[in-house]
Ligand binder design. Structure first.
Ligand code: NDP
Ligand code: MG
Length: 385
């Protein structure tokens, strides 16, 4: 039986790589649902190639174009935000791959869990915003959250066969991004074109900026806290510019396990889709000759302040990681539109963390309100900067 997969965000970086994995394993997987925000052309092309049961286009004004293009195909077409989360309830879906970017990923994850579907999670923002709620619901419904993020996939793989209470700490590796080693004077004037040039990974714009500012690693610390039920003190970030060791677990006996390989997101995607099986692939193999040196160093949080802000939000708990995420989404968008400089991004996030009212044990509605409130404040702070 082929595994039937709903790919939320099939037109993005992770989504297209997941379809590549499926293309190479037609006997194992089939896309049951494909979704996009506004990229109708690619969604239509993907639908014609893979014949899913249904497609969802998030923007209502794109519906007609997609429906017209697919009218002679036996493919259901839906539009809108509600359809995007409701679609994951379809009986015929075996696994939901959430490759949406940002806050938009939260509701579909919760709907998938409520419908007792296992989730392959690339959308780290889901766990940053509401990790407690998501993991509690997953436990209650016996749903497995399989990480797609390369670092978390690495930890997940290292933990296979181990008992949970034998973990002392984990090391999340970070490439350092395109501005690794640069000083504040340099960063004062950097533009989006430079920030979008990641040395090792080709990814969507938002995560690429997050990687350059180290916010991506901050978000990943919070993601790891919830996925692996760790204390903040048990999670350490280490800069590893070659991106070969994807992350490391240190056990209570001092032994360490790392998962390594070339930086290619199709590997963790394939693992997440095939879990608990491991299947063969023809992806390029690592050669020690190409990497005579693997190096490690501490992050410079004096320059890249976002990492400390993420730890601060994690320590405070409650709705603060949700504030961090919302403020960051607005700051990144403003940076991409040349309305905010690179070094001003942490200022906006810090101000939101200081001013948004704290909620100790937020409900889903509290997270929705915190997200909206923080976005309004961040927009205002950027306007007045
Ligand atoms: P992209 O921006 O490349 O793709 C995002 C996808 O989501 C696209 O299909 C896009 O549609 C759709 N989308 C965007 N906004 C919305 C919205 N508001 N509602 C519905 N759909 C939306 O992102 P990435 O693939 O790079 O990243 C996806 C997630 O995976 C992120 O959370 C990221 O942090 C995580 N991740 C990504 C990695 C990577 O290598 N790219 C590595 C590790 C984690 P459209 O094309 O129409 O705009
Ligand atoms: Mg990652």
């Amino acid at each position: 039986m082929k595994k039937r997969i709903a790919i939320l965000g099939s037109t993005g970086s992770i989504g297209t790589q997941a379809l590549d994995v499926i293309r190479q394993n037609p006997g194992l997987f089939t896309p049951e649902v494909l979704t996009a925000q506004s990229n109708c052309h690619l969604l239509i092309r993907q639908a014609k190639e893979f014949s899913p049961n249904a497609v969802v286009i998030r923007r209502d004004d794109c519906y007609q174009e997609v429906a017209d293009a697919l009218k002679s195909y036996p493919i259901k077409v839906f539009a809108g935000e509600d359809s995007l989360s409701q679609i994951v309830e379809m009986d015929s879906i075996d696994l939901v791959l959430n490759a949406l970017v940002g806050y938009a990923g939260l509701k579909p994850t919760l709907t998938a869990i409520a419908a007792c579907k296992n989730v392959a999670l690339a959308n780290k923002e889901t766990l940053v915003i509401a990790g407690d709620l998501v993991m509690k619901q997953a436990l209650k419904n016996r749903v497995t959250i399989i990480p797609v993020d390369s670092e978390h996939s690495a930890i997940f793989q290292c933990l296979t066969g181990e008992r949970y209470n034998t973990v002392e700490k984990i090391f999340l590796t970070a490439s350092g991004g395109p501005f690794h080693g640069k000083n504040k004077v340099h960063l004062m004037n950097v533009k989006k074109e430079a920030a979008l040039k990641h040395p090792n990974w080709k990814m969507g714009d938002k995560i690429t900026i997050d990687s350059a500012s180290l916010m991506n690693k901050g978000l990943e610390v919070i993601e790891a806290r919830w996925l692996f039920n760790l204390l903040p003190e048990q999670i350490e970030v280490v800069i590893h510019p070659q991106s070969i060791l994807h992350s490391i677990v240190q056990f209570i006996d001092g032994s360490m396990k790392a998962q390594m390989g070339l930086p290619d997101m199709r590997v963790p995607v394939l693992y997440a889709l095939s879990y608990p099986e491991r299947v063969s692939s023809a992806f390029p193999r690592f050669s020690f000759k190409d990497y005579p040196q693997l190096t490690f160093e501490s992050p410079d949080t004096g320059i890249f302040r976002n990492l400390d802000l993420a730890y601060e939000a994690l320590h405070k708990g409650g709705n603060m990681p949700c504030v961090l995420n919302a403020a960051n989404e607005i700051a990144v968008q403003a940076f991409l539109e040349d309305r905010l400089t690179f070094l001003e991004m942490p200022d906006i996030i810090e101000k939101c963390l200081q001013t948004v009212p704290f909620i100790y044990q937020p409900s889903y509605e509290d997270y929705v309100d915190t997200n909206t409130d923080t976005r309004h404040r961040a927009v205002e702070y950027i306007r007045n900067i």
